[in-house]
Design a protein around this ligand. Structure first.
Ligand code: ATR
Length: 266
């Protein structure tokens, strides 16, 4: 995807994107050697995102709040940390989540990026996780000092009450305009309607469902959402969008999204 984009931008001769496998204990040494080898930056994936952030000299606000980096820039003798997982999710959505009630399923690194991104865009975000304590923990850590619209008013029997977004254990999936699955459910064939508190027949056409899990074809979760006429965003589109944001950071050029999409889906 990145090499196809570099070729499209006419940078294919000068620039190259390559995969490097590295064990956690070798990560720091590998990273520190890269600037001298001519690398201008790197994408970092699981399990190195937290370490990458910790090793950086400076960080974007998002990377700082999320506590993880998926994109690094080597410049002026420094390592800069960015997190394009957050912006990639927002860019993949069919419309702005501002003011929307959103449910994020999961409480790992992908959930942290999603919750931070959605709250920063002005969504009211609830978090559900199989291990409820982890959902509470990320809710508290991420609410911190950023400005969030994590609160809304509803009218109940003529009385206006204030409701806050936060960790939830039970919910009605119809209460949300956006549902984002960041759990690993579906990655190895798990049934989302068994593992997650969602009903297969419980979607309607007003909701948008995003699933970070991707593989061959749409996930079981997205198939059910699409069958109900709901909007769907697949993990590959989120991957393309985060890749495009990283490419823009490194090259300062407008990423050719269609070329990246075609390469990612090939
Ligand atoms: P990442 O950093 O990639 O998001 P992670 O930290 O390993 O990954 O988190 C995986 C997420 O998937 C967690 O929210 C995990 O729930 P727990 O915190 O309860 O472990 C969730 N998950 C994985 N398998 C699951 C399953 N079968 N049912 C429900 N949630 C699951």
């Amino acid at each position: 995807m990145q090499n196809a984009a570099l070729a499209e931008l006419g940078l294919g001769e000068e620039w190259r994107y390559e995969a490097i496998d590295v064990a956690p204990e070798e990560f720091e040494a590998r990273l520190r050697a890269m600037p001298a080898e001519g690398f201008v930056g790197a994408n970092v994936t699981v399990p190195h995102k937290t370490t990458a952030f910790a090793l950086a000299d400076v960080a974007s606000e998002g990377a700082g709040r999320i506590g993880a980096a998926n994109t690094l820039v080597f410049a002026a003798g420094q390592i800069q940390a960015h997190n394009t997982d957050a912006g990639g999710l927002i860019a993949a959505l069919p419309r702005s989540p501002r003011g929307a009630r959103a449910l994020v399923l999961g409480a790992g690194g992908a959930a942290r990026a999603a919750v931070w991104a959605l709250r920063t865009e002005g969504a009211i975000v609830d978090i559900w996780n199989r291990t409820g304590a982890r959902a509470e923990q990320i809710d508290i850590e991420l609410t911190g000092s950023i400005q969030v619209q994590d609160s809304f008013e509803i009218e109940l029997n003529g009385v206006r009450i204030q409701v806050e977004g936060g960790a939830v254990t039970e919910f009605d999936q119809n209460d949300y305009e956006l549902i984002v699955n960041t759990t690993a459910v579906g990655l190895h064939g798990e049934d989302p309607f068994v593992e997650l508190p969602l009903r297969r027949a419980g979607f309607d056409e007003r909701v948008v469902v995003a699933d970070m899990v991707y593989g061959e074809g749409p996930s079981t979760l997205l198939q059910a959402a699409a069958a109900a006429g709901a909007g769907v965003v697949d993990g590959l589109e989120i991957l393309v969008q985060q890749g495009a944001l990283s490419l823009r950071i490194w090259t300062n050029r407008e990423p050719p999204l269609d070329v990246m999409r075609a390469a990612a889906r090939a």
